[in-house]
Design a binder for this molecule. Structure first.
Ligand SMILES: *Cc1c(COP(=O)(O)O)cnc(C)c1O
Length: 490
């Protein structure tokens, strides 16, 4: 590509007097009712002046610099992006769905409410919970909602002293943040060297001031918390509730249900596990499920079925309040519903096993060259602690960058913080054997090259528009607007 012709900034392509449009001649300001003189700009806006084909090429080439799950393999997994079947988009665009408005009379949206209610029931079945609300708009929002349910539950029992929530040090950062938003103080519980929760440490922290314990299972390093039945018993005996962070339910689908393990409240990220593209921060949905006995505290509004079979929108008196506008993010529900229906219960139950198989296949195929700090098998994801050959100075960051030249997105790096050179891989269930093999071959090639010619790996990538930006500078002083060097300013 000719870099001079296809600049990163359309302003750099601007040529004075060049135009890419034509509009009919118009005697601006002549007709009655035009903008008053004092509101009109005195100098024309400083816009890029560029011919039409160059403008089209500029934007098309910029868009081609994007990486997505539709253009290549993402070892970042369902937490970031698993493949989202295109038929779900067709479902959302259907004529009966796309134009719906939340202010329509209830009798005109019975079908939409039926989908809503059916999805709530499907998620209850999947999670082993008594009831779900679809109201929350994100995973963190779901955590907040679930914790408010817990808070309301304790208050309804007159148990006002429970103002603290226990969160493992390996938890997703949203866990402590959501607990704080819900008005709780945070108590941290330690992890064992294998990433699972230290049960003795947890036991020592449980008392009558604890409202809830938040858990993620499998945890952030992809290990199954084998102590859950014991933990559930301890937590309940102490009068607290057990919260399940099911943002990433992928490894559990078809294997086990949080409700059966003793969890009282949970959330699911539909935009991770149930197929909604959420690159760039949206849209999402973080439905919250509760076990029997907590339903009445779920937020308003609720969709309920009247005796004659019609559906209504309710506002319960015992709900802790509402968490957002209307009923939530409806298009995300349609995609999740289409995804669940198109897989059917039989195939939905294969998601967890296949995600687990794919992760173990990659881990096993690379662990002679990459350091595996936790003995397997893993669940849906695993962590390497950099390359085995530590003599070369090639770090996890170098490996991640080198992958870009081969058309793979970089995996999650330097998280979790348990290891110095964390490199976390989650392939998801949708990737084929040839894709996994190509990724494994590339990772092996990079590892062998790192030992033979370390500088070649350290200087990668070679094919991307930029290769080694100053990351500290970019994070601390991001330049996100184009400052024009007008004649006056120079
Ligand atoms: C993604 C994630 C969250 C937060 O979900 P958002 O929709 O980004 O707010 C919480 N917990 C875990 C384990 C996650 O992976």
């Amino acid at each position: 590509m000719n870099k001079a012709l296809y600049s990163n900034l359309v302003f750099d392509l601007s040529r004075k007097g060049c135009t890419g449009y034509s509009l009919p001649h118009y005697d601006y300001g002549k007709a009655a009712g035009e903008l008053p003189e004092n509101l009109r700009r005195q100098t024309p806006p400083s816009l890029p002046e560029i011919d039409e084909p160059s403008a089209v090429r500029h934007y098309t080439n910029s868009s081609n610099n994007n990486f997505g799950v539709d253009t290549g393999f993402y070892p970042l997994g369902s937490c970031t992006m698993k493949y989202n079947p295109k038929i779900n988009e067709a479902a959302v665009a259907m004529a009966g769905i796309a134009p719906l408005h939340p202010l329509q009379p209830v009798e005109t949206v019975q079908g939409a409410l039926r989908v809503y209610r059916t999805l709530e029931k499907a998620l209850s079945e999947i999670g082993g919970m008594a009831e779900f609300t679809l109201n929350p708009f994100a995973g963190a929002h779901g955590e907040y909602t679930g914790l408010m349910v817990i808070r309301r539950y304790h208050m309804a029992r007159g148990d006002e002293a429970r103002r603290r929530v226990i969160v493992p040090d390996s938890a997703h950062g949203t866990n402590p943040a959501s607990a704080a938003m819900a008005g709780f103080d945070i108590v941290e519980v330690k992890s064992m060297p294998d990433g699972t929760v230290d049960i003795a440490d947890l036991d020592s922290k449980l008392d009558e001031t604890i409202a809830a314990v938040m858990m993620t299972n499998p945890n952030t390093v992809g290990m199954f918390e084998k102590g859950i039945p014991e933990i559930a018993e301890m937590v309940h005996k102490a009068g607290a509730l057990l919260y399940y962070d099911g943002a990433n339910l992928n490894p559990m689908l078809g294997i086990a249900r949080p409700g059966d393990m003793g969890f009282d409240v949970m959330h699911i990220n539909l935009h991770k596990t149930f197929s909604t593209p959420h690159g760039g921060g949206g849209p999402g949905a973080g439905p919250v499920g509760v076990r029997a006995g907590l339903e009445e505290y779920l937020p308003n509004p609720r969709v309920s079925e009247l005796p004659d079979g019609t559906l209504a929108i309710d506002f319960g008196a015992d709900a802790f309040g509402r968490v957002g506008a209307w009923l939530g993010n409806f298009t995300v529900y349609i995609k999740a519903f289409a995804y669940i229906l198109s897989l059917g219960s039989e195939n939905l139950m294969r998601v967890g096993p296949l995600a687990t198989l794919n992760a173990n296949y990659i881990m096993h195929s690379l662990s002679d060259l990459y350091e595996q700090p936790i003995a397997g098998p893993c669940k849906h994801e695993f962590v390497f602690d950099g390359l085995r050959d530590k003599s070369t100075g090639v770090t996890t960051l170098h490996v991640a960058k080198a992958l870009l030249d081969y058309g793979f997105h970089a995996p999650t790096i330097y998280f979790p913080l348990l290891f110095h050179e964390s490199l976390m891989i989650e392939p998801t269930e949708t990737e084929s054997r040839p894709t996994l093999d190509a990724f494994i071959a590339t990772m092996r090639k990079i590892a062998l090259e790192a030992s033979a010619e370390p500088d070649t790996v350290k200087n990668a990538p070679y094919t991307t528009p930029i290769s080694h930006p100053d990351e500290d500078e970019a994070a601390l002083n991001p330049v996100v607007t184009y400052r024009q060097l007008c004649a006056k300013q120079i």
